[in-house]
Design a protein around this ligand. Sequence first.
Ligand SMILES: Nc1ncnc2c1ncn2[C@@H]1O[C@H](COP(=O)(O)OP(=O)(O)OP(=O)(O)O)[C@@H](O)[C@H]1O
Ligand SMILES: [Mg+2]
Length: 551
Amino acid sequence: MKIFAPVYPVEGLVRARNCASGVAQLPRAEGSLNSRGSFRAHGVAAVCVAAVSMPSRNAHSGPSRAGEARGDQMTKTPGASGAENPVADPRDYVQDGLILIGCSHSGRELVPECIELALANRHGLVTGATGTGKTVTLQVLAEGFSAAGVPVFAADIKGDLSGIAVKGDPSPKLVARAEEIGLKRYGNTSFPTAFWDIFGVDGHPVRATVQEMGPLLLSRLMELTEPQEGVLNIAFRWAQDEREAGDERMSILDLKDLRSVIDEMGKRAASLRSKYGHVATSTVGVIQRRLLVLEEQATDKFFGEPALDIMDFLKVDADGHGVVNVLAAEKLMDTPRLYATFLLWLLTELFEKLPEVGDLEKPKLVFLFDEAHLLFNDAPKAVLEQVERVTRLIRSKGVGVYYVTQSPGDVPDRVSAQLGNRIQHALRAFTPKEQKAIRAAAQTFRPNPEIDTERAIQELKVGEALVSLLHDKGEPSMVQRTLIRPPMSRVGPITAEERKNLIAKDKANLEKYGQSLTRESAYERLQSRNTVGGQIKERLSKFSNLFGLKR
Ligand SMILES: Nc1ncnc2c1ncn2[C@@H]1O[C@H](COP(=O)(O)OP(=O)(O)OP(=O)(O)O)[C@@H](O)[C@H]1O
Ligand SMILES: [Mg+2]
């Protein structure tokens, strides 16, 4: 029997507002179901407790419960209920398609607040001022999804999400929160994690070819104007035409390739004009200078091969836990445009590579996108449209996207309207503009007659949030003031040593991505073409093509 139950000695079990299906049988009890679908035990505080009745570890005969695999890592938590259920398992927080993220109050009772796995692909939004608990909430989400067998991709802006890879400590603060929300079994463990880094230092290198990135995103990265983007488009088209005409190695893999193709465009401007349009030498000059900037930002490390196989983000470990892919984004934040462009590229790749699956029992991947406002700041219309389109369509590919930012106003309405699961941490209102933002944030929630949403947003304590999650057929639940559960993994960053060891242990990714590759591509081809011998060869080749001869 899988249930959420009270920690205090009442005979009632709490039925979660968003966990209706999590309570298959409501037991006989001195109480009644209230309008929110939760059990109100007369005169006694009933508290949500995850997995009181989950099968005990010893009784479990299945091959792969995480607790069995990592029994040594589990920590006995002292407290209200630790003695009864000494061992915690990440799957305690996942029951019948629901992930427990925290508990809210209803009078004197506590009610579990859960994300429905089947609706987790309807995306989400996590917002709040600095220091209010956003990262811990992300960690709780990532832990829950991982425990449910859903791989996660998360950008780690400050390095503190990396703690998910190691077992946490039952610090008094966390134990207090566990008790506050009546968790009967709070314990600590680690979660399977793969580290990635565009610069290849704090994780396995993530690479993409320039060609894969495409002219739209590259233009954004280089801050090109429309006419300049036009020239970049021509460069891509010309290289493609060359490949189709038989020179397959004219690929644009890295920035060196792109630079030599752009150079070539400048040289051939006159002959290309009739087919591709005008290529101004001054524009070529600007693009070259922007490329230099990219190279100086060490962006050249990102462009090249072996390119990331996006399917490597969709792994589940031997215990059936989804792997949490943590992108080291601390340094990446120094180049916010690269950060935003990279994540949009990832989303687009996922969208293009994954098959259409409709609504699944649980998502194939959950994407946690921190500092999401960077995606939208100063973004040209075409990029905004791409974000909106990808967010809308990726859902049916089984991918849930959770945008994380300080204020809900950071996300354009057309994107925001698609974010069903909402977690709002505290916002502060010092200026009229901030007050307006709070009012707007409050209005996005389905009202709860018991809560003054606008006021509550300002009163929330750290690790507490206003929560409205999708349930049943996808309608948002009434907003609830929710205490987010404490994570089982470490709150805070891992050490450099721990990171190094974890990366070294991840043999599959190390072997696949550890070393960069260079193969003959546009740079080498153009170099050889521009030698005397190369030019003769090119003429011969054109001649052969003209007469349909084999090269
Ligand atoms: N659910 C929680 N349970 C217990 N403690 C929490 C919880 N959430 C947050 N905290 C405490 O608050 C601290 C700050 O939280 P967190 O780092 O998540 O804030 P943040 O909103 O991400 O801040 P920033 O905007 O600066 O990144 C944590 O280190 C932790 O001590
Ligand atoms: Mg944070």
